[in-house]
Write a protein that binds this ligand. Structure first.
Ligand SMILES: [Zn+2]
Length: 239
């Protein structure tokens, strides 16, 4: 499975968990790393694009779930990249264990997914977090990129906003894009907090939405987001 371009500077490697590749000032950055054991597939896809392992300078982790951080240790070792993640989730990433429990979102499908997920992976190779992000932080390798706290699914979850191409939102697992539309992720540490994060992200402007799971939305992202997460049936109740 090769990387496919989203913009001139952004590529996605689709899989059960998406991995994003960003062209940055000093090389390339990754957003998330997939399940443990994804490094071989990733390096092969990078080689097909003409990107060498040492060109990967930065790894941004959206949150401390095994399907997103699973290959971070291996990729860091193979590339020498520095890891960025939220200070809240860093202890879990650095221990490779201690994932916080979540409860299923409404619906039988979510309950089934959660029952499976909570059983399969309890431990991943630990990874040192070189740079801990605390909230609305920039990064030194991109001057138009910020982290946005988006707790609920995971306490330390960060979305990222790249102010390019009309705005590119990396939505992490705040929502998944499945069956033709955005839905709540299968499970959340705090579902009310998750819905509030979804409503807050609606305040930003973005054309493109990059999900942890599911196909990229390539245009009209913020209008679509508002229609679902401010006005749709699963939106946070208005106070
Ligand atoms: Zn997750």
């Amino acid at each position: 499975m090769p990387f496919t371009p989203v913009t001139d500077d952004l590529f996605v490697l689709r899989g059960p968990v998406n991995i994003y590749l960003l062209r940055v000032h000093d090389g390339y950055a990754l957003v998330d790393t997939g399940f443990p054991g994804s490094e071989k597939k990733l390096l092969q896809a990078l080689a097909e694009l003409g990107v060498a392992p040492e060109d990967i300078r930065h790894i941004l982790l959206t949150h401390a779930h095994p399907d997103h951080i699973g290959s971070a240790a291996a990729i860091k070792r193979l590339t020498g990249a520095k890891v960025y993640a939220s200070a809240i989730d860093a202890p879990i990433i650095e221990a490779g264990t201690g994932f916080r429990p979540g409860t299923a979102s409404p619906g039988w499908r979510n309950r089934a997914v959660m029952a499976i997920i909570s059983r399969i992976i309890r431990k991943v190779p630990p990874t040192l977090v070189d740079h801990k992000l605390h909230g609305h932080d920039g990064v030194p390798f991109l001057n138009d990129f910020t982290s946005i706290p988006a707790p609920g699914h995971c306490a330390g979850q960060l979305a990222f906003l790249w102010n390019r191409a009309g705005g590119i939102l990396f939505a992490a697992d705040t929502t998944i894009n499945r069956g033709g539309g955005m839905k709540l992720t299968a499970g959340n540490e705090d579902i009310d907090e998750a819905r509030r994060s979804l409503a807050r992200l609606a305040e930003h402007s973005f054309e493109i939405i990059c999900f942890g799971h599911g196909p990229v939305v390539t245009s009209g992202g913020d209008a679509l987001w508002r229609s679902v997460w401010l006005h749709g049936p699963e939106a946070a109740p208005r106070s």
